[in-house]
Design a protein around this ligand. Structure first.
Ligand SMILES: Cc1cc2nc3c(=O)[nH]c(=O)nc-3n(C[C@H](O)[C@H](O)[C@H](O)COP(=O)(O)OP(=O)(O)OC[C@H]3O[C@@H](n4cnc5c(N)ncnc54)[C@H](O)[C@@H]3O)c2cc1C
Length: 603
């Protein structure tokens, strides 16, 4: 195999390497394997140059622009020279160039809406779409929020709006010409609470063919959007979420004047600093009802769900970037006379990041695949997508905080300095767990998906199908380990189906994390089987064994596993062949441990 930039670094005392000028696609053999797994051979060949282009741009121009935009946040211009209220957001030119790349050159928002983006003959599948996003978000996270909202707002309008609204707004929202483009936003959260949306106070009064909105919204990302989807309570509607309607609020009125809402100020945020989030007051703003007047919340949740998945993709992307930065650091820097990567404890630090990062990528691309099937009206896939979406939002976004922070520490003091990419990654990674529903809220949503929407059963049946489809003898042995961990889980799911108890609510987050590990472990096995069937060796199976040992069977003696990481880390990183005779003893030890501890009394 050709040595790439990540392999050929020379460790130096005082070396301060960074992942400059990489091609994030060509240097990521894991993403490559996932594409080969999920995409037909023909499609894979055709998409390679496009993904390589995205990988190259992400590793070079995008990275520079993102750094510049992050250091030059947008400004709110409330008044013009004549003292008239204008509420314009002034962005740094680097942000506009990011928009051209994201919305325009790669058509990231519209690629699954319509054919023709980058010459692709059909709309891109979710799997391919998220591969592009995965590469883009390794450098630029802030703009992904407006892009994702534009994407999901267009989808909601397409699904629920009247033909007049669709004809007027959709063509502009799916344009790749940034001078024509109308971007989207969702204004839902108010001062009194974002989780408890049913307390929303913004009201809507009927005024002829439209409505007028009154009141305050407290968090409005992409506040300069041309089209905002807003939740408001029509006069006389009931309390709670049932009384909320969804309104399309354009920035400009038919006569070209600004719609009647004020942007009060911009948020001074920890992360996503290049993207403008603001506070808004509606003063009789013109709005048009979208869909059913009493289904506003339900419709908004379909927008939120699509953004939740996109959030998980972006979080996984930030993990990958963090891992790359960590790898470059440990291969290019020395301490105590050795490359950092040769220090045993650092080997462990890096391996941990690799495991979490690869498992997250398995989770997002499988879920994207389920999304594709659900779009084809496959009922079982819809149920599965219903539960996988909060599952990934709750776990992957949280892990991104850990992985970005660990990578920052691996870079040492420089990692804490704003000239390096790590602080931006850490800052950006933190918001994924808060917006679109905090971790607690999505953990409770996982319970709801099991209790109300049959998601638990769909999840178990999917897992069992995956495990029973495995053919390789070693992989089958590993699958047995997974099955052993499923019994208790199945019981818990059944209890949740029967009714939600206080005890279940208290442990919802722990339950969600365990569920995620079972899910990703089974995906690693599926990938292991694929890798073996294409003569790719035992790398993925090796990762499964270590993943299982760390996250699903925590109480084992780690001796043999630690020794093993120390010995094989470089081969794992560089995708060199892992021999069969390494796998066998690990499986044997694991089988013994699982048996022993399953007999042990529960604490
Ligand atoms: C940078 C940024 C941009 C944003 N952009 C937008 C936007 O564009 N549009 C929009 O509508 N909103 C936006 N938000 C708002 C975001 O969605 C909310 O902040 C979030 O949903 C939480 O709401 P809250 O801040 O009111 O916290 P609260 O709802 O008050 O929650 C406070 C805490 O209580 C916990 N909690 C609440 N209920 C429960 C429960 N039942 N059980 C256990 N714990 C619970 C929460 O997990 C949280 O930790 C943005 C937020 C940020 C930070």
């Amino acid at each position: 195999m050709k040595r790439n930039h990540l392999q050929s670094l020379e460790p130096k005392l005082g070396g301060m390497p960074e992942a400059e000028g990489l091609n994030f696609f060509l240097d990521d053999l894991n993403l490559n394997l996932l594409m080969r797994f999920y995409v037909s051979e023909d499609e894979y060949e055709k998409v390679l140059p496009l993904l390589s282009k995205m990988g190259e741009v992400a590793g070079t121009e995008l990275d520079e622009l993102s750094r510049e935009a992050d250091q030059n946040p947008p400004e709110l211009i409330s008044y013009n020279r004549q003292g008239e209220r204008v509420d314009i957001i002034r962005y740094h030119p680097s942000y506009h160039r990011l928009e051209e790349i994201g919305y325009g050159e790669f058509g990231l928002v519209v690629m699954s809406h319509r054919p023709g983006v980058m010459g692709w003959p059909t709309p891109f599948s979710r799997v391919l779409k998220y591969a592009f996003w995965y590469l883009f978000a390794q450098s630029e996270f802030g703009l992904c929020c407006p892009m994702s909202m534009t994407d999901s707002a267009a989808r909601v309008i397409e699904q629920y709006a009247s033909p007049e609204i669709k004809n007027k707004y959709i063509p502009r929202m799916v344009s790749t010409d940034t001078s024509e483009l109308w971007t989207g936003a969702q204004f839902m959260t108010e001062k009194q609470g974002g989780s408890d949306v049913g307390t929303n106070l913004v009201t809507a009064k009927k005024a002829g063919d439209h409505w007028e909105l009154w009141g305050d919204k407290w968090f409005c990302s992409n506040v300069s959007a041309d089209v905002a989807l807003v939740l408001a309570r029509p006069e006389g509607a009931s309390a709670g979420t049932k009384g909320l309607a969804m309104f399309l609020v354009p920035k400009k009125l038919e006569n070209g004047e600004r719609n009647r809402y004020r942007i009060n100020r911009l948020k001074d945020k920890l992360g996503t600093r290049d993207m403008a989030s603001g506070e808004v007051t509606f003063e009789g703003a013109v709005g048009y009802v979208i869909g059913n007047i009493d289904s506003g919340f339900k419709q908004m949740m379909s927008m939120v769900n699509s953004s939740r998945l996109s959030n998980a993709v972006r979080s996984a992307a930030m993990m990958r970037r963090s891992f790359t930065e960590a790898l470059v650091t440990v291969r290019g820097r020395k301490a105590f006379g050795q490359a950092l990567i040769d220090l045993p404890l650092m080997r462990e630090s890096l391996f941990e990041l690799l495991l979490i990062t690869e498992a997250a990528s398995s989770a997002i691309f499988y879920t994207a695949h389920v999304f594709d099937q659900a779009e084809g009206n496959h009922e079982e896939s819809k149920k599965l997508l219903r539960i996988l979406t909060p599952l990934l939002k709750g776990t992957v976004c949280k892990q991104a905080r850990y992985v970005t922070a660990e990578a920052m520490e691996i870079r040492g003091g420089n990692g804490y300095i704003e000239e390096w990419v790590n602080p931006k990654l850490v800052r950006d990674a933190h918001v994924g767990s808060i917006w679109e529903g905090t971790t607690n809220i999505v953990a409770l949503d996982v319970l709801r998906a099991i209790h109300k929407d049959d998601g638990g059963r769909a999840f178990i049946s999917d897992l069992e199908k995956r495990l029973s489809g495995l053919k390789n003898a070693h992989v089958q042995r590993a699958a047995e380990l997974c099955r052993g961990k499923m019994e208790k889980f199945k019981e818990q799911v059944e209890q949740i189906v029967q009714g939600r108890s206080l005890e279940q609510e208290i442990s919802a987050k722990r339950f969600m994390v365990r569920m995620y590990h079972l899910f990703t472990a089974s995906l690693l096995l599926q990938e292991a089987e694929f890798q073996l069937s294409s003569n790719g060796g035992y790398r993925k199976l090796y990762l499964f064994i270590h993943y299982f040992q760390r996250y699903l069977h925590l109480e084992d003696d780690t001796g043999i596993f630690d020794k093993n990481v120390n010995e094989w880390l470089d081969a794992i990183i560089d995708w060199e062949s892992i021999p069969e005779n390494i796998i066998d003893p690990l499986l044997t030890v694991m089988e013994k441990n699982v048996k022993v501890s399953s007999k042990a009394p529960t604490k």
